[in-house]
Design a protein around this ligand. Structure first.
Ligand SMILES: Nc1ncnc2c1ncn2[C@@H]1O[C@H](COP(=O)(O)OP(=O)(O)OP(=O)(O)O)[C@@H](O)[C@H]1O
Length: 336
């Protein structure tokens, strides 16, 4: 099957007074239909430029962008407008029309598409219901919380019946709890409406929460692509390591002394637990030993972890492991 989005040798250069900025350097990747694909990078890496090139809001200097097999760079303005309707977008600052109610914001793309007012309102209410905001239909954006505003923006995207949803730092202005809820909603939409999703973010936790695959951008170049699991388990480039942990220096400086023995029922649960632990506290741990033992006919996993030196982080990690029902005991450093 043809990829939903296929980018080949995409370059974008900006000519500024200070010289030429290469915001995208020979980027190639493809996104399959129904996938949730993350593009992650630090500030200035070129994420916004790349996502704007995907719907040609920004015209690439060279290279191609194919959506559903159509090369967008070859289309006329009129054809391009038609193709763009299939690509919805949500933003960090929501971009709602402040003078319109939530309902009228959702009606907006339908009005432009020439749908009759009564029908548009009926549909808009349905979309607001899908995003869990039916009772706020007549509220103005200024009367809504950040999470609610993003829900309206998502309902507005649904109203244009897109095949692709581009999310440009869509949760960056939200608190962790609201972020989780919005990511959950995006996942639901991806599943229920088979909308392919592209998530632009600087936060690894967002990628972990929602993405199937991820591409790492560094100074305009795509340095690593793979499944989210691969990136967590084995980040190859420095940039990916920097994103997975909070910084390389921290890895080098790790001199943790405290050892804990962690036990659990299934060996299979060990990898996601460590990935989550490292990601939650942005600090690596050393696995000194891991095995499965057969105890009374039951598979029992056992791990010896070396925790980071910072006591506060180590204590939090122990609590985290206890909270998810793992057996945790401190051991002296002469184990093994
Ligand atoms: N219109 C423009 N004219 C000149 N330079 C630009 C333009 N847009 C972006 N750039 C430059 O391109 C590079 C990438 O910027 P971009 O906004 O795509 O990065 P980003 O990863 O989205 O960063 P952030 O997360 O901070 O928004 C930067 O060096 C930026 O200064």
């Amino acid at each position: 099957m043809e990829p939903m989005i296929q980018v080949e040798n995409l370059c974008k250069r900006f000519n500024t007074k200070g010289g030429t900025v290469e915001a995208a350097k020979n980027i190639s990747f493809s996104i399959e239909k129904g996938e949730i694909f993350g593009i992650i990078g630090l500030s200035g890496a070129g994420k916004s430029t790349l996502v704007r090139c995907l719907n040609l809001l920004e015209r690439p200097t060279s290279g191609t962008v194919r959506v559903n097999g159509k090369n967008l760079t070859e289309l006329s303005e009129k054809e391009l407008r038609k193709e763009r309707q299939k690509i919805g977008m949500i933003f960090q600052h929501f971009n709602l029309l402040m003078q319109r109610t939530a309902l009228d914001n959702v009606c907006f793309p339908m009005e432009i598409a020439g749908i009759k007012k009564a029908e548009a309102r009926k549909k808009a209410l349905e979309y607001l219901k899908i995003v869990g905001l039916e009772e706020k239909a007549l509220s103005y954006p200024s009367q809504l919380s950040g999470g609610q505003k993003q829900r309206v923006a998502i309902a507005r995207v649904l109203a244009s019946d897109p095949q692709i949803l581009l999310c440009d730092e869509a949760t960056s202005a939200l608190d962790p709890q609201t972020t989780k809820a919005i990511l959950e909603l995006i996942k639901e939409i991806n599943r229920d409406y088979e909308i392919t999703v592209v998530v632009i973010t600087h936060e690894m936790s967002v990628v972990q929460e929602i993405c199937d695959k991820v591409a790492v951008l560094e100074r305009g170049a795509l340095v690593e692509t793979g499944t989210v699991e691969e990136l967590f388990r084995n980040p190859k480039t420095d940039e990916a390591k920097k994103l997975v942990f909070s910084g390389r220096t921290q890895i080098q400086e790790m001199k943790g002394k405290r050892l804990v023995r962690v036990t659990f029922q299934e060996k299979s649960s060990f990898e996601p637990v460590i990935a989550n632990l490292v990601l939650t506290y942005r600090t690596p741990v050393n696995i000194l030993y891991a095995d499965t033992k057969n105890i009374n006919g039951q598979a029992q996993g056992e791990m010896i972890l070396q925790l980071p030196e910072i006591e506060e982080v180590a204590n939090k990690m122990i609590q985290y492991l206890r909270d998810i029902n793992m057996g945790v005991e401190e051991v002296s450093s002469d184990v093994g």
